[in-house]
Ligand binder design. Structure first.
Ligand code: AP5
Ligand code: ZN
Length: 215
């Protein structure tokens, strides 16, 4: 199964992708996570990407397309994958289509998570994640079950993203509406798009996604 989770920053793409990894045993391909790893490792890509990400802008298409093409070629993607945060521009969508065609593959689902802007800002400003396994939490809506201990791996180290501040979030939202939202029409025309209410509780959103995957 090959699917895209589409939606603005804070829509819940990463949260839902982590659940789908467990349920369907396919990898999550998050370009944001891959780029943050490159920044942390101070690779050539990471050094270029850091300022762009801190400003809430998009890393150039060629850079991201190359990262995704390398990742999709890996063995664990042969049965499927969940794309989280990619594609993000029409050029990236075209590149993905060409890549999959070359591999004799096609997308099964594109699922759009719809969430109002004021909720997105609240979600992003309260987000933190496990520094060890990446499980995502929220200051108000999703705290670890035992205070200060990750539910998934038991780590007590947590981190916050440098781009999760009000100013960068405004820029990320502007970028989303300008560059990424046209993909909703793009995939609608290809009859692969399903839009679901991303404002429902996390379990309900997972349920709606599973309904789409069954259908
Ligand atoms: P990226 O890491 O992809 O960030 P994003 O798209 O801005 O998305 P987020 O990770 O912020 O949100 P999410 O939808 O995953 O929400 P989450 O599940 O965490 O990209 C970062 C940067 O990298 C970009 O700005 C760009 O510079 C660069 N980049 C990445 N990909 C690129 C590409 N393809 N091309 C070019 N540049 C690229 O949830 C958020 C919070 O809400 C959490 O605290 C969670 O617990 C909570 N929450 C989730 N669902 C619910 C719910 N249903 N109810 C209540 N709370 C919820
Ligand atoms: Zn953890």
């Amino acid at each position: 199964m090959k699917l895209i989770l589409l939606g603005p920053p804070g829509a819940g793409k990463g949260t839902q992708a982590q659940r789908l990894v467990t349920r369907h045993d396919i990898p999550q391909l998050s370009t944001g996570d891959m780029l943050r790893a490159a920044v942390a490792a101070e690779t050539e890509v990471g050094l270029k990407a850091k300022a762009i990400m801190d400003a809430g802008n998009l890393v150039p298409d060629e850079v991201v397309n190359a990262i995704v093409a390398d990742r999709i070629a890996e063995e664990d993607c042969s049965e499927g994958f969940i794309l989280d945060g990619y594609p993000r521009t029409l050029k990236q969508a075209d590149a993905l289509e060409a890549l999959l065609e070359k591999r004799g593959q096609h997308l099964d689902h594109v699922i759009e998570l719809k969430v109002d802007d004021d909720i997105l800002v609240k979600r992003v400003s309260g987000r933190f994640s496990c520094a060890n396994c990446g499980t995502v939490y929220h200051d108000e809506d999703k705290l670890p079950k035992a205070e200060g201990v990750c539910d998934t791996c038991g780590s007590t180290e947590f981190k916050r993203r440098p781009d999760d501040n009000a100013e960068t979030m405004r820029s990320r939202l502007r970028t989303y509406y300008k560059e990424t939202s046209p993909l909703v029409g793009y995939y609608y025309c290809k009859r692969t798009l399903r839009s679901i209410d991303g404002m429902a509780p996390i379990d309900d959103v997972t349920g709606s996604i599973e309904e789409v995957l069954k259908g």
